[in-house]
Design a protein around this ligand. Structure first.
Ligand SMILES: *Cc1c(COP(=O)(O)O)cnc(C)c1O
Length: 397
């Protein structure tokens, strides 16, 4: 309080410019940040409704679905809300869910399904392993499952799951197929129609390079039928997809106030994705990752996941013996203005997680990360055996 009794607010925020190379949020391009500064409109303003329609139009090809074949929208919350919406709408209490858990986010899927009062069977595999497809098949043969859930790109481990066998497994289980594409959408092909996916959700702050705040979601016609046939409404009013379609669809019925500026931001981020072109964008993520992987090996570091199942947008790299994991991250942030992630779950303290997502997926960001990491490791007495920049460039020449 000042002498007059008036509360003195703190000065305005002045966040530093960091290079965000962690597991998300990813770097946000200037065009997307500028979209947030446009005039706020009412959530039923015709200009805003057009923005929503255009946003939907841009989501179809990104998910790999024909426009109108099912439903796409963006939930007003982060990726975890996408997970929750898919599971609470497709599961009814007492129904059975089969979940592949090969990392922290698979485990979260299982927990969300349990809280939707489903009976959940988890097929667990070690962190850094691929999902256990044989285990899933064995369980699927028993039948009677309402949902099969799996994470496409496990951000906690840097493992990419092969989606191609899953439709057959889900059919055997009698289940709808739910796929977490939070760290794949916009960075690598998702292709819901090709893989027979029934529900697929993502988030804005990973490979789409938009600040966190919305969860793009796709539902197949079969998933919509399941929702229409529910015995009772989903227990979440906010994430009830039947109510949400009342707003996103032609009725335009008020449900909740859309976060106007977030929609502008995602609209611009999706424009950037399509201006670049999906194939070019996926190739860029792959090239940046190849450079990073070669550079990390040149630094004398061991990648946690073998090449065959390694995820381009997110790399887990083992912390060498004798190196203080947290001190390296701190120095990267404080001295080099670079954020990377630490390990989660059973990998806590044992790996760093480096994200080259969205705008951050370039050879030059990979090089900036490698140079800074070389400095931090050398400072702790680690011997760097080869030139990481030369190795990175050679890998993508
Ligand atoms: C980040 C992430 C989530 C959670 O998304 P939030 O936006 O943090 O709620 C879920 N699944 C995966 C694979 C993720 O990487």
């Amino acid at each position: 309080m000042s002498a007059t009794g008036q509360f003195l607010p703190p000065p305005p925020l002045d966040p530093p410019e960091r290079l965000l190379l962690g597991p998300g949020p990813s770097p946000v391009p200037r065009e997307v940040l500028a979209a947030f500064a446009r005039p706020t409109l009412g959530h039923l303003d015709p200009h805003f409704l057009r923005a929503m329609d255009e946003l939907r139009a841009m989501l179809w090809p990104l998910f790999g679905a024909r426009a109108g074949n099912g439903r796409v929208l963006a939930l007003s919350a982060t990726g975890s809300a996408g997970m929750e919406a898919a599971l609470v709408n497709l599961l009814e209490p007492g129904q059975r869910a089969l979940v592949a858990a090969h990392g922290v986010f698979g485990a979260r899927m299982a927990e969300v399904a349990r809280r939707a009062r489903a009976e959940v069977t988890v097929v667990q595999s070690e962190f850094t392993e691929a999902p256990d497809m044989e285990g899933l098949e064995r369980e699927a043969k028993k039948g009677g499952y309402a949902v099969l859930g799996i994470v496409h790109a496990e951000t906690s481990t840097g493992v990419l799951a092969d989606l191609s066998p899953l439709r057959t497994i889900a059919d055997r289980a009698g289940a709808l197929l739910v796929v977490d594409a939070v760290t794949s959408l916009g960075g690598l092909p998702v292709e819901v129609e090709r893989h027979g996916i029934d529900a697929c959700y993502s988030a804005t702050q990973k490979c789409l390079s938009c600040p966190p705040g919305l969860a793009p979601l796709y539902l197949s016609p079969r998933a919509l039928d399941r929702i229409a046939q529910r015995a009772a409404p989903a227990q979440s009013w906010y994430l009830d997809l039947a109510l949400l379609e009342g707003y996103w669809g032609t009725d335009r019925a008020y449900h909740h106030t859309a976060p106007i500026q977030m929609i502008y931001g995602l609209h611009e981020a999706l424009r950037q994705v399509h201006l670049e072109g999906l194939d070019a964008r996926f190739a860029r993520h792959r090239v940046a990752a190849l450079a990073l992987w070669a550079g990390l090996e040149a630094l004398g570091l061991e990648l946690a996941v073998p090449l065959a199942r390694r995820l381009p947008p997110l790399t887990a790299v083992r912390v060498p013996a004798g190196i203080d994991e947290a001190a390296v991250r701190r120095r990267l942030l404080e001295t080099h203005n670079i954020e990377i992630g630490g390990g989660l779950g059973s990998l806590k303290g044992r790996v760093w997680r480096i994200g080259l997502m969205g705008t951050g997926a370039t050879l030059s960001t990979a090089e900036r990360c490698l140079s800074a990491l070389a400095e931090c490791l050398t400072q702790q007495g680690h011997t760097v055996p080869a030139d990481p920049i030369a190795a990175a460039r050679a890998a993508v020449r």
